[in-house]
Every structure is written in C-alpha cells, then in structure tokens.
Write a protein that binds this ligand. Structure first.
Ligand code: PMT
Length: 415
C-alpha cells in the first residue's frame, strides 16, 4: 500500500444519509495510506452509524456535539478546525450543503468548517431529485465559487429505488480525489481560470421515421465528468450534449442536441470561441438518406434495406479550422487494435491529442461509471488505469491543459 497521505490530518464530517455506512471504510482506506483521521458525526448521521464504530476504525475519539464538555476538553472545536489539513464532508446531505453554502454555524461540523482555514471537500449523497433541485445546484455552485472541492456524486440506482445522480462516490474513488486535493491545495481549484473548453458528450440519434432512430450506448457520463472537472478547476465550459439522462454539472453551460448534424452546427459555433475542444460524444457516422415522414410499416419481405449516408465528421471539421482553431482532443472508442486505430485517427483527423478507449471491457467505456484510457499525442503517451470517470476526468483535464499550454508556449516562442 502506497503511503500517499503520511501524516496528513483529515477531519471527516459525516452527515445524515444512508451512505454514512461507507464512511467507516473511507476512514480505514485513509488510515492505510498513512493519514491521521478525526471524525465529526452530526445528529442525523448518528441514526445511520455509531460513534463507537468510527472511534474503532479511526483510533481517535469521535466528536458529536459542541455542547459535550468531555469532547471539548479533549480537543475543542476551534482546535479541531485548526488541526485539519483537509476537511472532507462525506456523505454531504442536501441539508449540510445548504448550511455550508450559507456560512451557517448551527452545529459542530458547520462551525468547524467556518472556523478552519483548511480546504474543504464535500461528497454529495442524496436522492437524484434533491440533487437536481435548483436549490441544491445553486448551493453547490456557491460552494464551488467559495473554492470547496466537490467530489462526485456518482450515478446509478439509489437506496430509494430512483436512478440518477446523487450516489456518494465509493471510498476508493474519494481517496483518489483526497490525494489530488492535498497535492494541489487551495489555489489549484482556480488554475484553469480564463481557459475556455467546449466538450461534446453522449450519443446522437439519427431518425429513421417519427418513432425510430439509430443510436449507440453512450450515456454521456464521460463527457459530463470532463465538463465537471474542467469547471471545478475554474474553466469556462460549454457542454454540447446528445440525448442523455444527466444533470448539468455546476457552473457548466449546456446545449442539448439530438442528431449529428445538430451537434456539428452547435460544436462549430462554440469551437471558434474556445481554447480547447474535446470530442467525447459517440457521434453516429451515418444517418438515413431519407427520413420517413410517417411510421415505416412492416412489409411482407423478411429483409429491410436502409439507405444510409455519411454524417459530417465534427471533430475533423473543428481540427481543420484555419482561423480560431482550438486545441483539439478526440476519443477513439475501439474494440480491437485500440492503440493502432487511435493513432491513425490522431493523424487522419489532424488532432492534437486522442484518448484511446478500449470499449470491449465490460467494466469500462460505454455506460459504465468507470473508464481507462491511453492518452496519445505526437511524441508522447500516458496510460490512465481503470478508475471512476470523475477521477479519470480530473487527470485528463490536467494532462490536456498542460499539453495545451506547452503548445501555446512553443508557438509563442516561434513567432
Ligand atoms: O458516454 P459514456 O457512456 O460515458 O461513454 C464514453 C465513451 C465510450 C462514449 C467515450 O469515452 C468515447 O470513447 N467517445 C468517443 C466515441 C466514438 O464515437 O469514437 P469514434 O472512434 O467513433 O470517433 C472518434 C472521434 O471522432 C471521437 O472524438 C468522436 O467524437 C469524433 N466523431 C466521430 C464521428 C463523427 N461523425 N464526428 C465526430 O466528431
């Protein structure tokens, strides 16, 4: 086990939510990596997990109230706030997010956050409707503006049976993000300020008739994670999305499209006002030559021939711009000879970088919460192992913006 957090002091705040059961595992994972962990449990959190459990895994007394003289005598709340190198609230309920966004100090956890100069991260965990609610999204945007780190949430089936965004990230995903927050403290969240990204995400749908279409399995998760990561680092992000079931990440401007032709038009319009263009969408290569105006009827024949014509290649058009061309990064979704096909696309589409994405793996690529890619460019490559799309997106945005600034510096020097 790599000791990536040796002597780092992490104050973990646990608020009320079913995901609180995962927090004991998070404490264990942090300690394995050398961190010192102290825990604050809110009143609601104690309905889901006991102080005794967290005391056992953290090896430290657990604080639950500002009005507990014994706990205050051991380490007062101001001392606790000063002790932390990083405060992580996981799970962060809609209620605690609202309190933090408004600077409240109504209990021990919110008071410690307010009294601390340490960076603070929240890992939202709530019902998908609560997460999508404009009030929660506004509160998260406020926290982002106040330089909080926002970890996730992930998407999937929820304890209440709903499906969507609002699941707390898994402990190991949180550990990766905590390691990154500690590596790049405070000002790092705004290091992409002034940089303009356009990112495409999701599938396109190519109509055959009023009720049928051609499409693919893209969920939009990878593109949305990239948009969220770039916005969290302070960039100005435009997201052009095909039809998906995802909430817009905080601080991101979104344009919804259906077909490849619509995405082509929206992408070219946004690209000329961007520094970096990332084509993560799974664009249909072909569309019906003619779209039937009424529902196609089942004929007597056993076969149906579809006459398809090529869609415009969006990313090649962006990379081919002669004026206001952004630094252009593509994805190559492949099932075999992944690196070799990706290299060919890097050259034939005249891209600056490409993410070779092996989509033959069941736990990566299309519609998975995890992914692994190899990022290729002229003269370099970097492989990023299987991890959550949120963690992968952070690394990709960091590598892409670094390569972009190297290229900008070189072309300035050559002028
Ligand atoms: O959305 P998720 O479920 O999270 O899945 C993520 C993903 C697998 C869709 C994503 O990681 C990915 O690999 N996206 C690219 C999918 C794809 O269409 O790859 P491609 O090899 O067919 O296309 C190569 C590049 O050309 C891509 O950048 C694509 O956006 C672009 N393209 C393709 C065709 C076209 N007509 N116009 C394009 O711009």
């Amino acid at each position: 086990m790599q000791q990536t957090l040796v002597a780092k002091r992490i104050l973990l705040g646990i608020s009320g939510g079913i995901a609180a059961y995962k927090s004991a595992d998070l404490v264990r994972r942090l300690k394995e990596r050398g961190a010192q962990v102290r825990v604050i449990l809110t009143g609601a959190a104690q309905q889901f997990i006991t102080p005794l459990t967290l005391q056992a895994v953290s090896g430290n007394p657990v604080s639950t109230s500002m009005l507990d003289p014994a706990a205050e005598a051991a380490m007062g709340h101001i001392e606790l706030a000063k002790w932390a190198d990083l405060i992580v609230v996981a799970p962060a309920s809609a209620d605690i997010i609202a309190k933090l966004a408004h600077g409240m100090a109504s209990d021990l956890l919110t008071t410690c956050v307010l009294a601390s100069a340490a960076p603070v991260a929240v890992a939202p965990a709530m019902n998908q409707q609560m997460y999508n609610n404009i009030a929660t999204q506004t509160n998260l945007a406020t926290l982002k503006k106040h330089k909080f780190h926002i970890y996730g949430p992930g998407a999937g089936e929820q304890a209440c049976g709903d499906v969507g965004y609002g699941r707390m990230l898994e402990p190991l995903e949180l550990v990766t993000l905590i390691e990154q927050s500690i590596e790049r403290p405070a000002t790092a969240t705004s290091r992409l300020t002034g940089l303009r990204f356009t990112i495409t995400a999701g599938p396109t749908r190519e109509a055959l008739d009023p009720v049928r279409y051609l499409s693919n399995h893209s969920s939009g998760k990878m593109g949305f994670a990239l948009a969220a990561a770039a916005a969290a680092m302070g960039a100005d992000v435009t997201l052009i999305s095909g039809p998906v079931q995802l909430a817009t990440p905080a601080g991101v401007k979104r344009t919804d499209v259906i077909s490849a032709q619509q995405m082509h038009e929206a992408a070219l319009k946004a690209a000329v006002n961007s520094d970096i263009f990332i084509g993560c969408a799974a664009v249909a290569d072909y569309r019906a030559a003619e779209v039937a105006t009424s529902k196609l009827k089942k004929g007597s024949s056993e076969q149906l021939q579809l006459n398809l014509i090529k869609n415009p290649d969006i990313i090649a058009a962006v990379a081919g711009l002669t004026k206001q061309r952004p630094f252009t990064v593509g994805f190559a979704a492949e099932t075999n000879d992944v690196l070799s096909y990706a290299r060919k696309k890097l050259t034939s589409k005249k891209l600056d970088m490409i993410c070779a994405n092996d989509v033959s793996q069941p736990d990566a690529g299309f519609n998975s919460d995890q992914n692994a890619v190899t990022l290729l460019w002229q003269g370099g490559e970097q492989t990023l192992a299987l991890q959550s799309k949120a963690a992968l997106a952070e690394s990709l945005i960091t590598l892409i913006s670094k390569q972009f600034s190297n290229k900008s510096t070189t072309s300035e020097a050559n002028k």
